[in-house]
Design a protein around this ligand. Sequence first.
Ligand SMILES: Cc1ncc(COP(=O)(O)O)c(C=O)c1O
Length: 472
Amino acid sequence: MDGQSLQLDVSREEALAKATELIAAAWRSFDHFRPGQPPVGARMQALTALGLPEGPAPVLDVIDDAALALDESIAQPRPRYFAFIGSSALEIAVIGDALASCFDPNLAVYAAAASELERQAVDWVASFLGFPAEAGSFTSGGTISNVTALAAARERAIPGSRRHGMTGTKTAIYCSSESHYSVTRAAELLGVGSDGVRALPIDADRRLVPVEVAAAIDADRAAGIVPIAVVATAGTTLTGAVDPIDALADVCEPRGVWLHVDGAYGLPAASAPSASALFAGLERADSLTVDAHKWLFMPKACGVMLVRRRADLEAALAHEEDYLPHERDEPHAVDITLEYSRPFRALKLWLGFRAHGAAAFREAIERNLVQAQLLYAAVVAEDELEALCGPPPLSIVPFRHAPAGVADLDDHNGRLIQRLQEGGQVWVAPARVDGVVCLRPCFVNFRTTDEDVLALLDETRRIGRELALESA
Ligand SMILES: Cc1ncc(COP(=O)(O)O)c(C=O)c1O
């Protein structure tokens, strides 16, 4: 070890013991809600103002500072984090991340057992969801999964476009007006352009209308515009609506149009008996996106992208380079991925499935589905609360506080959410449904209890009433 400058100033065992102690304390603190979110304190402010350190600091102190930074951060694994679509960092997966970082295999080309295990984890995800995948990979998340799948769709619609570009050909992608913006991002990056995104109107259940999709495709074709793909969202980010996949496959198949299912948030619910019917026809899709760092309880980042035919991905992405010759039989991951160097993201999900079994994942998803129904029923039972959508198809429940006598309910609910965040008992973020400001809790955490869900109601009522009195 002599002569090496990047050495710890304590034994590895001491450093690890310190980290272990901090992780165990964090896990204990996630077992229950935390009454209040601490502000970023003076020490953290001073630390984050420091310039690049030229010399060393004691390792144990530095680890303590990291713990302080994390304690003063908004941590999604806490059981009352209901904003956006959280992640809950399953314990075995955290251990998987630490181990994967330590050995740091590169999943770019072929990393022996790690590559075999990624292939297996891809198969497990496919079988968990009921999708006949021939290939797929772990990605950094839904955005990259969507771009990857749509790159394959573009190459199928316009063979050779990856080489000669779009050469003036106008193209289009069809999705609902409530699809995730990453579909537009993909269109921009792939040369379709955001003008080529047909963000189609939705029905009363906020789902794509298949006849409208068919009409849009046919009208584009008649005008010389090439359809690249239909994107069905299986769990929209705003309300959890699931587009009708089977009926969209009926539109796509006879027209030879690629069907991609963006289930970054919602697809894990396809495994839950009470919700699986919503995803009928999934096996007919050409590709899908699912984020294990959302409703499969993994720490970020852990996206998964699956395709029905491996050749579609290879046609769009395979490369032969002098520094990457295809010498042996093993598959090159880079032939089917957008990224080159890739961390071993699959390990954590593989560990999760092995340590707990798929049934435990299904049960946890079912509990979140029931929690959304519980909240929805409580909201509709109360005069001063208003649900902005019908019964939740998945686990998002947009609602607002609407007491009599408050004139500007958007302002009231905006201030309410701010106060809720300041109070820190529950964590919600604002959203707008049809232009109406609301709370939009989303339940995707295995640690959330029914009591935590009802606490959201209590806090909303309590603070909402205070605000209403203040402005009366
Ligand atoms: C439906 C949907 N698609 C794609 C994404 C993007 O996923 P990521 O943040 O992992 O890139 C999200 C994120 O919330 C989403 O809800």
